[in-house]
Design a protein around this ligand. Structure first.
Ligand code: ANZ
Ligand code: ZN
Length: 811
């Protein structure tokens, strides 16, 4: 590898000039703001890798394009600075998370600055700083005041070897990501945010945002809305069991009830002779996770409890079973078994010998093959016979309502968001536990509850903060008596729910953010980040945005108006880049050999931004050649003598057409992150410029204009080099303050076009014809061509078929 000193120095020179003159400064008072945001990153100490260039570099190019289009672009950057990696690093090395994080942020900030991006560092946000997490805590207290933050005893992921809880994303295939040990479930009292209260609004809002369809679908499925009914089945002991069903039209076909084994009522219902089998089954179930239990390919198992319940619609007595495919955490944890119309139930019925009662005919009136669930006609009861399923669902539920034994009900699959972490490096939970007053939120004037520096983070199963007496002991803000702090910290996803509002208001410290500023600047106009966040960060921040609107902090309810997911750059072997595979590509090496503009241009040209793809060493080489070519031709065009201004013949017209076409198409591509097509159009323009150079008499004025247009178009993609060439052709600093060139529709019209000539559908030759030529005229031109003449000498053509602008066929 050779270091390309000249290029590196040129790039550095311009970066220094941009910084010195502060040309990317954001002016909030100017109209036409455009808020461009990339998901901020965790401050790792490693060097910037290709992924950073891909994500941040290319969206920076998009932002630069928007600036040229006349927008006042706001593109802030910051760090998602709390989190497990720093704490795990501390456990391994003894280096304090605060120290390593601060170091890493400084290193990374410096590297990001060296990218030559237009980030507005004045508005930097670091979530681990007191003046940030103070407002994360304030947000918590507001949620608490509004009944949306609550404590519950619930299971967490627990690593048996590290002796600590793990976040869901730290559990890989049921094992601890750090040590590979088995992760078990452990019950602990934890804090939750009631995101489920916003289920409907989260669904509805999806219709109003410009997000990729697949991301919206992921959120929709995650929320999992299910419309149905609840039915109460009476028990022999006078109590009742409520089931949730989306198919109440099958109520006449119920053969048994199935409860989730973990439901507390199971113990009461179990008869003596079934006790042993039931208890054994409950134990078995406890070792399975929900995903395993919902696996439809494994055989259904279950155990009879010995008890019966009464079907309220027909008084039939049905047995009660427990089975692990019914989940205790969804709906009521009890289902009615309808073997004839539910596949899972059908398998179960065959195995346990319960009757299969068909109550629905298929639409053609036949009984069909069991089990079938398509909507047909109800039968069996005179009252509902012949109704469609939809009619029957409504009528049956209404009837149950009058009997006091059922009701309409909508359930959602997603759960409230568990936010407590028994870890150190996070935002402390701003409540105290008082013996007299119970849980008391820390009042705003006492925030932040500071994260102490001195703690023992050895993983021994206790929250590190619980071992710091100085932190734990406090006075109750309500009664002034002795109280204890909460020893847990918040999930870092809480910190990132609202950072997009902090940025534009980053200079204000006496409130979470200025509503006036945020209402003006937000929602974010374009958000760029990975799809892996679809059902976490992207859902959480939508929830918190809706909440902030409800408490009057903002007047809009969706944080990100438009969203783009970048794909992923793979190693040249098509696999995810990783050190262990040895397929990583070092961004630094590429830059030192070719310059950062070359890296950007290659990433823009070689891949579809939303797809990504495998790295290719040849690709960067051919981009280097393209750079050489356009540098030469732009200088030649840009330095052309201003003469022959009035010469505007066929060649000038064609060159001008390519220029106008290029301007319009590059713009279209840039707008939708289709950078590869934009670069391809610029390459075509360079070809056309090359061709024009061969002309004898050249319109120097036109050449200069085209050189300038080309440089402005490529400026977002090669920010340093375009600035350099701009200067070399004698233009004043800075190219990045120019306006994107305009194009003229009239100039796009082609005068002449090449079409194919076919004889009996086989191409013989290509000819150039005027775009306004009639079929007869085209035929005449074709017949003059020697090859066509020859072909037609042995074949009598009866007619010609013309496909305009493409071909003429002699048949
Ligand atoms: C009777 C029935 C008959 C059902 C039929 C389906 C088809 P969605 O739409 O996904 O919400 N169910 C209810 N609670 C459950 C739980 N805790 N664990 C597992 N399954 C549960 O599905 C609703 C259906 O899932 C309900 O409708 C119930 O089975 C089952 F031909 O009731 B159904
Ligand atoms: Zn108190």
């Amino acid at each position: 590898m050779t270091e390309n000193k000249a290029v590196l120095e040129m790039e550095k020179k311009w970066r220094e000039r941009w910084a010195k003159e502060d040309i990317y400064k954001f002016h909030p008072e100017k109209p036409n703001k455009f808020y461009l945001l990339e998901m901020f990153s965790y401050p790792s100490g490693a060097k910037l890798h290709l992924g950073h260039w891909w994500n941040y570099g290319l969206s920076d190019s998009y932002g630069r394009f928007k600036r040229l289009k006349g927008f006042e672009v706001f593109q802030p950057m910051g760090f998602d600075a709390f989190g497990l990696p720093a704490e795990n690093y501390a456990i391994k090395t003894g280096i304090h998370p605060k120290d390593s994080t601060e170091h890493n942020m400084a290193v990374m900030e410096n590297q990001l600055k060296n990218m030559g991006a237009t980030f507005n560092w004045e508005y930097e946000v670091k979530t681990c700083e007191e003046n940030y997490y103070r407002w994360t805590q304030w947000l918590f207290t507001k949620l608490y005041e509004n009944g949306l933050a609550y404590q519950k005893y619930a299971p967490v992921n627990w690593c048996t070897s590290c002796n600590t809880t793990l976040a869901n994303e730290q559990v890989v295939d049921g094992k601890c990501e750090r040590c590979g040990s088995q992760v078990i479930r452990k019950d602990l009292t934890q804090w939750f945010f009631k995101i489920t209260a916003y289920a409907e609004q989260l669904l509805e809002g999806l219709n109003r945002i410009d997000w990729p369809e697949r991301t919206k679908t992921l959120q929709k499925n995650w929320i999992g809305k299910s419309v149905g009914s609840e039915v109460d089945f009476d028990l022999e002991n006078g109590k009742k069991i409520t089931v949730f069903t989306s198919r109440i039209d099958t109520l006449f076909g119920v053969s048994w009830l199935v409860l989730a084994p973990e439901l507390p009522v199971v113990k009461e219902l179990t008869k003596k002779e079934q006790k042993e089998a039931v208890e054994k089954y409950i134990k078995q179930t406890a070792s399975k996770d929900e995903i395993e239990r919902q696996n439809t390919t494994t055989e259904k198992t279950g155990v009879f409890t010995g008890s019966y319940a009464i079907n309220p619609i027909n008084g039939k007595k049905v047995p009660i079973y427990i089975a692990d495919y019914v989940l205790g955490s969804y709906a009521t944890g009890a289902v009615m078994g309808v073997a004839a119309h539910d596949e899972r139930d059908f398998d179960f019925a065959l195995k346990y010998n319960v009757p299969v009662i068909q109550v629905i005919k298929s639409k053609d009136g036949s009984l069909g093959t069991l089990p079938f669930t398509d909507y047909g006609m109800l039968m069996e009861s005179a009252e509902f016979d012949g109704m469609t399923s939809e009619e029957a669902k409504s009528k049956i539920t209404k009837k149950l309502e009058t009997l006091g034994k059922g009701r309409f009900k909508t359930n959602y699959k997603f759960r409230d968001w568990s936010v407590s972490r028994q870890r150190y490096w996070g935002c402390p939970i701003p409540v105290v536990h008082c013996e007299k007053c119970g849980i008391v939120a820390v009042p705003e004037k006492d925030l932040p509850v500071k994260l102490p520096y001195n703690v023992d983070w050895t993983p021994d199963g206790r929250s590190p903060l619980s071992k710091n007496e100085e932190f734990m002991n406090c006075t109750c803000p309500k009664c002034g008596g002795k109280a204890r702090r909460d020893p847990d910290t918040l999930d870092t996803f809480v910190c990132s729910t609202w950072y997009q509002f902090r940025y534009p208001s980053a200079k204000i410290n006496d409130e979470m953010f200025s509503s006036e500023i945020v209402n003006k600047m937000c929602p974010v106009d374009k958000y760029v980040g990975g799809i892996e966040h679809a059902t976490m960060h992207l859902l959480y921040s939508r929830f918190i945005t809706k909440f902030l609107k409800d408490i009057g902090k903002i007047d809009f309810d969706e944080p990100f108006a438009s969203l783009v997911h970048q794909g992923m750059i793979l190693g040249s072997d098509g696999q995810k880049m990783s050190k262990s595979r040895g397929n990583t590509v070092s961004a630094d090496d590429i830059i030192s050999e070719y310059g950062s503009d070359a890296l950007r241009l290659y990433l823009m040209f070689g891949f579809n931004y939303t797809d990504g793809g495998p790295w290719n060493d040849e690709g960067i080489k051919s981009i280097a050649k393209f750079i050489e070519r356009f540098s030469r031709v732009v200088l030649s065009f840009g330095k052309a003598k201003l003469e022959n201004e009035t010469v505007y013949g066929k060649e000038e017209k064609e060159l001008d057409r390519v220029r106008n076409y290029s301007i319009s198409e590059v713009e279209k591509g840039m707008e939708v992150f289709a950078f590869n097509t934009s670069i391809a159009r610029m390459m075509e323009l360079v070809n056309a410029m090359n061709k024009y150079e061969l002309n004898e008499i050249k319109n120097g004025f036109l050449m200069r204009e085209i050189a300038k247009d080309f440089l402005i178009m490529i400026a977002p993609c090669a920010p340093h080099l375009s600035e350099e060439l701009w200067e070399q052709i004698g233009m004043p600093f800075s190219i990045h303050n120019q306006k994107y060139p305009t194009w003229n529709k009239d100039k796009l019209v082609l005068d002449e076009i090449e079409i194919a000539v076919q004889i009996r559908s086989k191409i013989v030759v290509r000819i150039v014809v005027s775009t306004s030529a009639t079929q007869d005229e085209i035929e005449a031109v074709a017949k003059e061509n020697p090859k066509v003449k020859e072909a037609l000498s042995t074949f009598v053509s009866h007619k010609t078929i013309l496909i305009p602008n493409r071909l003429i066929n002699f048949v």
